[in-house]
Design a protein around this ligand. Structure first.
Ligand code: MG
Length: 437
C-alpha cells in the first residue's frame, strides 16, 4: 500500500504483508495470510465506524461491520518510531532502544538487527513478506536498517515521515480531492480508505479472503497542533505526544470472514500483542527474548477474555529516572506523571499543550476509564478503603513491571550524520539542502 499524502503531512500509512506458501489455497487448515494496516497519526475518533460524523471511510467501516472492532486497543508510544518498533517486535520501545523521540533521515541508529520482527518470526514457516509505505525505523549506513534487513523480502515506500523531505507533500488524488464533507483531512482519509478498498478487492479476486487476517490500527494519536487538519481523538483526552488516552488509545479492527465473528470487544489489547498472536496462528516459534505482548487469539476467534492485565505508558522520552508515566490495571488508569506536548497544542484543554509542564502525582491520579474514558474526574482516594486497596495493587503492578524492564541502548541518541541521509544526488554538497532534485 502506497502512502496517501492528500491534504496533510502524516496521513501516510504502512502495510505489512505476510503471505503463506499456500497463497491460493482457501483451506482454513493451512496457515493464514496476514495483512497489517498501520495508519499514521490517526485518532480514536477519526473513522466513521468510531463515530466521526463527517468522515467518509466506507471500506474501513465495512471491515468493522464484518469484523471485530476494539474499543480499548493501545499503541506503546505517542509518537511514530517507538510505536512501530513495538508493533514489529512485541516489545516496549525501551527494550529495543527506539527512544527518545523518533528517528531522522540521517540517524546513525535504527531498530537493532538483533531484534526479531514479525517478518523474521514467519520466515522459517515459509512466508513471503513485504513492507509497503512508511518505515521510520532507521536507514543507516548502506541501508542497514531498512525492512529488507529486518526479515522482509520486499519493501516499497518512504523510510521516514514525508515531512522530513525537503517539502511538505500536500496531495489529493483526483478520486478523493474535494469529495468529503471534512475538508483536506477528510479527503486524505478517504483516499487512504480507497486504497484499503482496493486491497480488499484484490484479496477477494484472488480467493484468499477467508484465509487472511486483516488487522488495522494506528501508530499514535492525532496531531492536534494541525487544528482541523490534525485528526480527532473523539471523546479521549489530548492527542499525539501525550500519555493521556488520546495519545495512546487507537482504533483497531480485525477482519477474517468465517473465523472472526462480527462484533465489538471491550477487552484491553495492544500492538504488542500482534506478534504473539500471529506466531500462534501461524504455528511459528516465539523469539527467545523478553516479550511484552500476549496472544490475543481468544479475543479474535471467540470474542473471549484478554490475557492482558496491564498496559504501561511511557512518554516520548523515556528515562529510568522517572520510569513509566502511567499504568492501566483493568479499567483503572493511574497517572504518576502528566505533561502536555507540542503535538497536542491548540486544544481548549489546558493539560494538553506543551506549556502544561511535567507534573508528578503522588498519589497518582486514578481514573475509571469505563465510567470516564475522557479522564476528566480523578477518583477521590481519601477515606475510600477500596480505592486504597486498588492503589496498592497499582503500585505493586508498577513495581513488578519496572523490575522487568532493562533499558536498551538508545539508538536515537547516537545522533545524525548528513551523509547517511538518502539523497537523489549522492555526491553533492552541502547535504541535505543539495538533495533537491
Ligand atoms: Mg505517527
Amino acid at each position: 500500500m502506497l502512502s496517501s499524502h492528500a491534504g496533510r503531512r502524516r496521513m501516510d500509512n504502512i502495510g505489512f504483508f505476510f503471505l503463506n506458501t499456500f497463497l491460493f489455497c482457501t483451506c482454513l487448515a493451512s496457515p493464514p495470510n496476514f495483512v497489517l494496516l498501520f495508519a499514521d497519526d490517526l485518532g480514536f475518533g477519526d473513522l466513521g465506524c468510531y463515530g466521526h460524523p463527517s468522515s467518509l471511510t466506507p471500506n474501513l467501516d465495512r471491515l468493522a461491520a464484518g469484523g471485530l472492532r476494539f474499543t480499548d486497543f493501545y499503541c506503546t508510544s505517542p509518537v511514530c518510531s517507538p510505536s512501530r518498533a513495538s508493533l514489529l517486535t512485541g516489545r516496549y520501545q525501551t527494550r529495543s532502544g527506539i527512544y527518545p523521540g523518533v528517528l531522522y533521515p540521517g540517524s546513525r541508529g535504527g531498530l537493532p538487527l538483533n531484534e526479531t520482527t514479525i517478518a523474521e518470526v514467519l520466515k522459517p514457516m515459509g512466508y513471503a513478506t513485504a513492507a509497503i509505505g512508511k518505515w521510520h525505523l532507521g536507514v543507516g549506513a548502506n541501508g542497514m536498517f531498512l525492512p529488507t534487513r529486518q526479515g522482509f523480502d520486499q519493501y516499497l515506500g518512504i523510510p521516514y515521515s514525508h515531512d522530513m523531505h525537503t517539502h511538505y507533500p500536500q496531495y489529493a488524488g483526483q478520486g478523493a480531492a474535494g469529495r468529503t464533507l471534512r475538508g483536506p483531512f477528510g479527503d486524505a482519509l478517504f483516499e487512504f480508505d480507497n486504497t484499503i478498498g482496493n486491497l480488499l478487492t484484490t484479496l477477494e479476486k484472488t480467493g484468499v479472503t477467508n484465509n487472511t487476517l486483516v488487522f488495522f490500527t494506528s501508530d499514535n494519536g492525532p496531531e492536534l497542533m494541525r487544528l482541523s487538519r490534525g485528526g480527532n481523538a473523539g471523546p479521549l483526552k489530548c492527542g499525539k505526544g501525550t500519555t493521556y488516552e488520546g495519545g495512546m488509545r487507537e482504533p483497531a479492527i480485525a477482519f477474517w470472514p468465517g473465523t472472526i465473528r462480527p462484533g465489538v470487544t471491550h477487552e484491553m489489547a495492544s500492538t504488542l500483542d500482534i506478534l504473539p498472536t500471529i506466531a500462534s496462528l501461524a504455528g511459528a516459534k516465539l523469539p527467545q527474548v523478553m516479550l511484552d505482548g500476549v496472544d490475543m487469539t481468544e479475543i479474535l476467534v471467540n470474542q473471549g477474555k484478554s490475557k492482558r492485565e496491564t498496559m504501561v505508558f511511557y512518554p516520548t522520552d523515556p528515562d529510568e529516572k522517572y520510569g513509566l508515566f502511567a499504568l492501566r490495571l483493568g479499567k483503572y488508569k493511574a497517572h504518576f506523571y502528566t505533561r502536555g506536548a507540542t503535538h497536542s497544542g491548540t486544544t481548549p484543554d489546558q493539560d494538553c499543550p506543551v506549556f502544561a509542564v511535567l507534573k508528578a502525582h503522588d498519589p497518582p491520579l486514578i481514573f475509571d476509564l469505563e465510567a470516564d474514558p475522557s479522564e476528566h474526574y480523578p477518583l477521590p482516594l481519601t477515606g475510600k478503603p477500596d480505592l486504597q486497596a486498588l492503589l496498592e495493587r497499582i503500585k505493586k503492578a508498577k513495581e513488578q513491571f519496572e523490575a522487568s524492564m532493562v533499558f536498551g541502548e538508545s539508538q536515537i541518541s547516537k545522533g545524525t550524520d548528513p551523509d547517511l541521509e538518502p539523497c537523489c544526488n549522492p555526491q553533492c554538497i552541502p547535504k541535505p539542502s543539495c538533495c533537491k532534485c
